[in-house]
Every structure is written in C-alpha cells, then in structure tokens.
Ligand binder design. Structure first.
Ligand code: F6R
Length: 612
C-alpha cells in the first residue's frame, strides 16, 4: 500500500526522504514522488520504482530542509506520472501526499468542477488538496484550520501530509484508518506510514490516532488535536525495532532471510511464556481476559490471507485442546454480513501488520455487538493492536518480504500457547499430556532449524516443476490450512496458479484436473489421518499425477508412492504446521527465483492492505 515519508529539520530532506521511500518499498507500490521546499516548491514524480524517480531528479533542484515523499499503490486511476503523488493545489502553493481512499471524492470533485476548478489527475487525492485550498481561500482561515474543515467533509480513509510553499517551517499530518507515525529527533521531525524509515534517526515516536491531526513546526513544536478541534497531549513511545532487522543481513532476499529467521522468531514468540519443566504457559497480555476465554461459548477468529490460514490452524487447536467451538472468518466477509455475535463470544483478530483495513472494520463491528476482542499482531503499536481489548504480540520482528513467512509460524505459535493455556484452565487435557505437548513445543525451534536444511531437495523439485502452469496442495486436519498456505505462497510470488484443498475433497471436483502434467503437493506426516491420505495419494497416482510429499523422517509408505519426498522431523500432530510450512515456503521461493520473479515485491501485492 501507499507509503508516506515526511521530514522537517536542519538537514537536507532529500536523502532522508529517498532512503525512507526505499525502506517502505516492501509495502508494494507502482509510482513514487517527492516535494521539497527551498524558496520554491519543487515536485517530482514518476511511474515505476523509486530508482526511476532518483534517475529523474538528477541535475534538478532537490535542496531544502523540508519535504514529503510518497510511494503510490494505485486505487483511483492507473499508475502514471500524473496520478503519482504528491498532488498540488490549483494555485500550486500546496502539496499533499495521501494513503487511503476518499469515498465521496466524486461528489466533492463535481462540486469543485462547478466552482471552476480543473483537475490534472484521476485521483481522489487531488480532490482533497483542491478542497483544502478552496476552504483556505474562501473562508480566510489558516492552512491547519482548512485541513481540519476539509477532513470533516470527507468520507473514507486517509493518512495525509501537506506542506505549503508559503510556510516552509510547517508540516501538517492527519490520519483516519490508514497508519501514520511521527518520529521526534533533535530539532527535527520525521513522519512515515510505519516506523521503518524513522528507526535509524530516532526511537521516540508518536502514533496518531484516528481523526487526529498534527501540526509540526520547527523548534520542537508538535501539536496534536482531533478534527473536532480538541487538543491532545502527544503520547511519546519508544521503538523496540532496530536497524539490523530492516536489512538483508547477507541474504539475497528479505523473504529468504525471514524464512531462515523462523527458529528465532518462533523462539521469541514463546520467550517468557512457556516453561515446560514447570508446566507453565502464560501470556501476560491476555491474563485479565483468560476467564472470559474459559467462559466463552465460542471463539470467532477474524483475519485475512495468511493470517486467516493461521486462524484455521487456531480452529483445530482450540477445538482439539480446549474444546471451545471456533469459527474462522474472512474479515472482509464478516464485516458486511450482519453476523450473529453474542456478548460472551471472544473474537481474536490476527494480523501481521496490524493495519489491515478489513480486519480493523471487523473489529469495530464485533465491538459494537459487545464481544470481547483480543489481538495477535506483529507490529507493536499498530492500529489493530490498539483497537483490541488486549492481546499477545508475535515478536517475529519486522517482516519486509511481501509474502508472509515468519509471521505465519509466529501466529501459529501464539495460537498454540493460547489454546494450551485455555485447555489448562478448563482442564480439558490431563496434566501429563499437557506437559508432554509443552516439551514438544519447546523443541520446535530446533526442529525448524533441522527442517531448514532441506534446500538441495527443494531445489531439485523446483527445477523440475518451475515451468508448470498449475499446482495442487492437499492436506487433512491440521495440515489443510498448511496446504492453503503453501498454495497461496506459490501463487503470490511465482504467479503459478495453485489451489489448496482438504485432501479428501479432491474427489469432489479437483480430481478432474489431474493428469501427468499436474504436480500435487501432499502434506502427509505420520500422524492423524495418515492412512486416509495414502488413499488420496493413490487416487492421484492412478491418474498419473506427480506427487511431491512432505513426510515424517523414516516414512516408508508414502515415500514409496511419491515422485519426490521432503522429510520433516517427527512431532506432535498439532505442531506439524510449524514444520511442514517451512519446505513449502522454500519451494515457492526457489520456483519464483527460477522464473525470474521479484520475490520480495511481487506484482500487484501490498504488504499492508490499508484499503478495503
Ligand atoms: C500473504 C500475505 C497476505 C496477508 C494479508 C493479511 O503472504 O502476506 O495474505 O497475510 O494481507 O495481512 P495482515 O496479516 O497484515 O493483516
């Protein structure tokens, strides 16, 4: 999604802004632009990557100690130079960058056209900057007041930063729905969509809340008020992130680095929460809500994409271990289908970024019906983390690769801990069985480390299948969500069509697709319904499909039938997803690489989906 960077201080803004845009590239975008004031207001923007913007500004005036910059992920209007941000007001005095969607932009645009304005782009953003200028001129108010009045007229989501040629000492920012964070340095301020462009300059930040605006002036002058004109005291927080987490650390891609970080990210997600020897599972963030979870008639999990797949694993975990009924909902469907929610339902929202617009809206809906809402988020201080009653962070560290990897396994880890804790409180597991699972969970980071060593095998399989057009992923029980996640990873980064199914569903339709060209990935560990999965594999072999099987070390039956096998260490059934996912991530990675795809920034995708 769009990325925002702003700077006001004593240094040259351009290098800081460009570096900031590079840091935000992971969010996904299709054009970039920058506005700087040094006497005049200079605006440069280009379709394509930030590097193209850098080439375009060579030899041009890029000086000035104040500026704003933007990467755009197209919503209204194609990715073109004209539609790129920043957008200027009619008089060319104001310049604005925006993340979000102004839903009533068409009405506002027509009103402005009737008043004689002409537009240069097809964006909702240009409408907003024209509206602000129109208010400023007609009502004779200061810029910040004009911004406030305009924001009361717009419907939709926004994070904006605006600068004025006539006031080179001020930046105005505001947000609703889309994230915005302000970094406070020594005589300087930074603004960004997330903390990644800020962390190398300062750790002191203020996250704006919805419908808040900040007026930032030189000499450490930061004022925050709501768009209803109520003053707010800035709440300064300290970032936990560090710079090395945002760099590739010797890996060719962020995605590969993040795949290899999983022993650590799973460990970090368990750190201080699990002590198998003493039989303790404790999640500090939800301690006050444990009794609500114990008493809950139902848990509803809301999420999107990969986080939704983690939620599906959560369904098996809570039902199996804690005997609590679970429904897993796509947040985008839940929010619009008038769901039945009772006050004693516990809703768990799962989100890596903590900014997904559909998940946020689903939380608001659940809240309006009186449910308790818990969050599982990776980004500390994110909108979803703040919108929930309580929650547990995943501690996976920043995930920069657009395709989610370590966030998924961290989410499954936290869901496992939660389900175990509720099982303990409800007494649905015997003490010895409970402790047995805890010991096994403690050994998972080591087993993930071992699983990561399958590269050679995975590369051979990737070479064989990297040119096919379709893939099928099949698994049962806990491994059905793993099949879905494996298929999603492959289609996201390699653009090969892939579908995940519960293995037994194959005969109800997808079996028609099987022929000698069709690779079928089976997640077939020596657990649960192993025998049944063997029958499903036979059905594929009988139709000459190619079988790639994820099997437990020492497996014979499946290995004899499959064309290729990848071994994972033996573990408890409910923990298999934490291991079986790893080779599937690596398979997608290598196939994408062999097809020449941009692994870290796949086409059309955004890391944090802040529009619905
Ligand atoms: C897949 C992926 C997406 C996200 C989805 C939800 O690799 O990254 O499917 O999982 O957009 O995002 P979060 O978890 O940030 O709410």
């Amino acid at each position: 999604m769009c990325g925002i960077v702003g700077y006001l201080g004593q240094k040259e803004a351009y290098p800081i802004l460009i570096k900031g845009l590079h840091r935000l590239e992971y969010r996904g975008y299709d054009s970039a632009g920058i506005a700087l004031i040094n006497g005049g207001l200079n605006v440069y923007k280009r379709k394509g990557k930030v590097a193209e913007l850098e080439a375009f500004v060579k030899g041009k005036d890029i000086s000035g100690p104040i500026g704003i910059a933007h990467t755009r992920w197209a919503t209204h209007g194609e990715p073109t130079d004209e539609n790129a941000h920043p957008h200027m007001s009619q008089s060319k005095e104001l310049s604005l960058i925006h993340n979000g969607i102004i839903e009533n932009y068409d009405v506002l645009r027509n009103e402005l056209i009737n008043r004689g304005y002409t537009f240069n782009s097809h964006t909702d953003t240009e409408v907003l900057v024209y509206l602000i200028e129109d208010i400023q001129k007609n009502e004779g108010v200061e810029l910040s007041e004009a911004v406030r009045i305009a924001l009361n007229q717009v419907i939709g989501a926004y994070a904006i930063v605006i600068l004025s040629k006539n006031d080179p000492d001020t930046l105005i920012a505001a947000k609703k729905g889309s994230p915005l964070v302000i970094g406070i340095g020594e005589d300087e301020f930074f603004i960004a969509s997330d903390a990644t462009p800020i962390v190398e300059y300062t750790k002191e930040v203020v996250y704006l809340n919805d419908e808040e605006m900040a007026v930032i002036r030189r000499n450490n002058d930061l004022r925050i008020k709501t768009i209803k004109n109520q003053d707010k005291t800035p709440y300064i927080q300290t970032l936990e992130m560090n710079l090395s987490q945002l760099e590739k650390g010797g890996f060719e891609h962020f995605m590969l680095k993040e795949i290899y970080e999983q022993p650590r990210s799973i460990m970090d997600s368990m750190r201080g929460r699990l002590n198998a020897k003493k039989g303790i599972v404790s999640l500090g963030g939800i301690i006050d809500y444990e009794q609500k979870m114990v008493a809950a008639n139902r848990i509803i999990i809301i999420a999107c994409g990969t986080s939704w797949h983690a939620g599906l694993v959560g369904e098996y975990l809570f039902e199996d271990l804690a005997r609590t009924p679970v429904e897993v909902e796509y947040a985008s469907e839940f929010r619009y289908r008038n769901p039945v929610i009772y006050e004693n339902d516990v809703v768990i929202a799962i989100s890596q970024s903590g900014e997904t617009a559909d998940t946020l809206a689903a939380i608001e809906l659940a809240r309006s019906k009186g449910a308790t809402i818990l969050g599982i988020c990776n980004v500390v201080g994110s909108s979803i983390a703040r919108a929930t009653d309580a929650g547990s962070y995943t501690h996976a560290g920043p995930e920069i690769g657009v395709a989610s990897t370590k966030a998924f396994t961290a989410q499954v880890t936290v869901l496992t801990l939660m389900a175990l804790r509720i099982a303990q409180l409800k007494g649905t597991l015997s003490k010895s069985r409970f402790q047995q699972i805890l010991f096994e969970l403690e050994s998972i980071p080591e087993k993930v480390e071992k699983t990561l060593k399958v590269s050679k095998r995975v590369i051979t399989i990737a070479e064989e299948f990297c040119q096919v057009r379709n893939f099928l992923y099949l698994g049962r029980g806990y491994n059905f969500p793993v099949a879905l996640e494996g298929a999603l990873k492959l289609k996201e980064i390699s653009y090969i069509h892939a579908e995940g199914y519960p293995a037994a569903e194959m005969k109800h339709g997808p079996i028609a697709l099987i022929d000698e060209e069709m690779p079928v990935v089976f997640i077939a560990p020596l657990k649960g319904v192993y025998e049944k999965v063997i029958s499903n594999i036979q059905e594929v072999k009988a139709r000459r499909g190619k079988v790639i099987a994820i099997v437990t070390e020492g497996d014979h039956a499946v290995s004899e039938m499959a064309d290729y096998t990848i071994e994972i260490p033996e573990t408890e059934e409910m923990l298999v997803p934490l291991l079986a996912t790893i080779p599937l991530q690596k398979l997608s990675y290598h196939i994408a690489l062999m097809r020449g795809c941009n692994v870290d920034q796949p086409r059309n995708l955004a890391k944090s989906v802040t529009v619905e």
